[in-house]
Design a protein around this ligand. Structure first.
Ligand SMILES: [Ca+2]
Ligand SMILES: [Ca+2]
Ligand SMILES: [Ca+2]
Ligand SMILES: [Ca+2]
Length: 129
């Protein structure tokens, strides 16, 4: 009798779980795009814009030279070709259809020296360029 009650309780608990949340890690940032398809898997970017088409979304990609690291070359590109324009390559805030400004510059500086990503569309093994 006790065992039956325990089994029934466990079954009820397990049955209720899928309604609360999906499997852990399915959509880490909660933007509605599953990790394996999310081009910025730890940044909320439901629009998934990727201007340079390297499978790394604009909201986690300040590596315009595709060197693998955000560096001085990218800084030159940002200040020379991006800031104050509507060139969406340099837009790191959604919606990515407005003028490149201080919010985007803040993203750039905080990502200086880092690798872009992570992106789920590169299978999580290679940093997107
Ligand atoms: Ca996501
Ligand atoms: Ca995302
Ligand atoms: Ca990109
Ligand atoms: Ca890039």
């Amino acid at each position: 009798m006790k065992r039956t009650l325990l089994t029934a309780t466990l079954a009820l608990l397990l049955w209720g779980m899928p309604a609360m949340a999906g499997p852990p890690g399915t959509d880490f940032d909660g933007d509605g795009v599953n990790d394996s398809l999310d081009n910025c898997s730890t940044t909320v970017n439901p629009a998934q814009d990727d201007t340079d088409g390297d499978d790394c979304g604009n909201l986690c990609d300040a590596n315009y030279s595709q060197s693998g690291t955000v560096g001085f070359g990218d800084f030159g590109s940002f200040t020379g070709s991006g800031f104050g324009t509507t060139n969406q390559l340099y837009n790191h805030t959604e919606p990515v259809n407005d003028t490149v400004g201080f919010g985007d510059f803040g993203f750039f500086t905080s990502n200086f020296g880092t690798t872009p990503g992570p992106s789920g569309t590169t299978a999580g093994t290679v940093a997107c360029p």
